[in-house]
Design a protein around this ligand. Structure first.
Ligand SMILES: *Cc1c(COP(=O)(O)O)cnc(C)c1O
Length: 337
């Protein structure tokens, strides 16, 4: 089976497993796991931020960040497709008691002037806007990347209005390699950044939340309250260190593979549109001979798993466990349909 449903399906390679097996561990709730401490410090240094905290999932890093940035009754601004709103179980309301102002952005990306319009007036009867959350790359927006100039413009709006700025960077490394940007550029701009190790970087578990010492200190308390304090988590953190050292540059290959798959799709009569492929996600709109359900079934007959994400769209996500040979097969199967 070739699994293109998500980049979360990767399994650790031999090198990563060896690193995990050899990890020095301790009780991380006591702050005594040397490998977790090393991973947190490594990620913070990479982004030029003061501190980091290792968490079980990207959902938890985002939700902790929202909790630390807000008070119950506040409002969070994000795009209508944002993962924090669409795919985190209503967590913004559930965990933080906040409402959400959804902006109608472009493929998951919002603009500074939209943010300005989205900020509530300072009135007793309005929810207090306190946080803006961006996503880069965008998940439901098909792996689109922000123009860094727009991020700077949004930062200025946040500074002028005393709003926190959080980045859901579950796939930030895909954007960094594609746009030739650096982690430090992002570390300078955002108050908090969440990065996933278990997507394109290929670890079995784990995300890191980055911020100031003060912010991460508060995040530690929230992580505990959310049930995310782990004990000998160094076995997992070792996979994260391995991933940061070995699996970032190779994301370029995934992007090339995604473009090859998109090119094959765009030649088909049943494909009416393919979203521009910027990174490792391909989203196509189908109509006619094959609809998303029948396309998924046809691909599965050929041992390829893909996902239908709406009544008219399918998604394929390329990752570390998809080789060049597999991409050749995927392209051949698409051509044969
Ligand atoms: C996958 C993802 C997350 C976190 O997902 P988990 O499965 O909880 O690790 C957060 N944001 C985006 C944009 C994602 O794609």
């Amino acid at each position: 089976m070739i699994d293109l449903r998500s980049d979360t399906v990767t399994k650790p390679c031999a090198g990563m497993l060896t690193a995990m097996m050899n990890a020095k561990v301790g009780d991380d709730v006591f702050g005594e796991d040397p490998t977790v401490n090393e991973l947190e410090a490594m990620a913070a240094t990479m982004f030029g931020m003061e501190a980091g905290i290792f968490c079980p999932s990207g959902t938890m890093t985002n939700q902790i960040a929202i909790k630390v940035h807000t008070q119950p009754g506040d409002e969070v601004i994000c795009d209508k497709l944002a993962h924090i709103y669409q795919y985190e179980g209503g967590g913004i309301a559930f965990n933080s008691g906040c409402s959400v102002k959804l902006l109608d952005g472009d493929k998951g990306r919002i603009y500074a002037d939209q943010v300005i319009e989205g900020i509530n007036a300072n009135q007793d009867y309005k929810a207090a806007t306190s946080l803006v959350a961006l996503e880069n790359t965008t998940n439901r927006g098909g792996g689109s990347c922000y123009d860094f100039k727009e991020i700077i413009a949004i930062r200025e709006v946040c500074a002028a209005n005393n709003l926190g700025l959080h980045l859901d960077g579950a796939r930030l490394f895909n954007a960094l390699v594609e746009k030739k940007e650096t982690p430090k550029q992002y570390g300078e701009i955002f108050d908090s950044i969440s990065i996933c190790l278990s997507k394109g970087l290929g670890t079995p578990v784990g995300s890191i939340l980055l911020g100031t010492d003060r912010f991460i200190k508060r995040a530690r308390r929230v992580r505990k309250a959310f049930g995310g304090g782990m004990r000998q988590a160094g076995f997992l953190a070792a996979a994260g260190i391995y991933a940061l050292e070995n699996n970032i540059d190779r994301l370029k290959e995934d992007h090339l593979h995604a473009r090859q798959i998109a090119a094959a799709l765009s030649e088909k009569d049943f494909v009416v549109d393919v979203l521009p492929v910027e990174t490792n996600i391909v989203i196509a709109e189908l109509k006619g001979r094959l609809n998303p359900t029948s396309f998924v079934a046809e691909m599965q007959t050929n041992d390829i798993l893909v996902m239908n994400i709406s009544a008219h769209q399918i998604r394929m996500v390329v990752h570390l466990d998809v080789s060049k040979e597999m991409v050749n097969k995927i392209v051949a199967v698409i051509r044969s349909l």
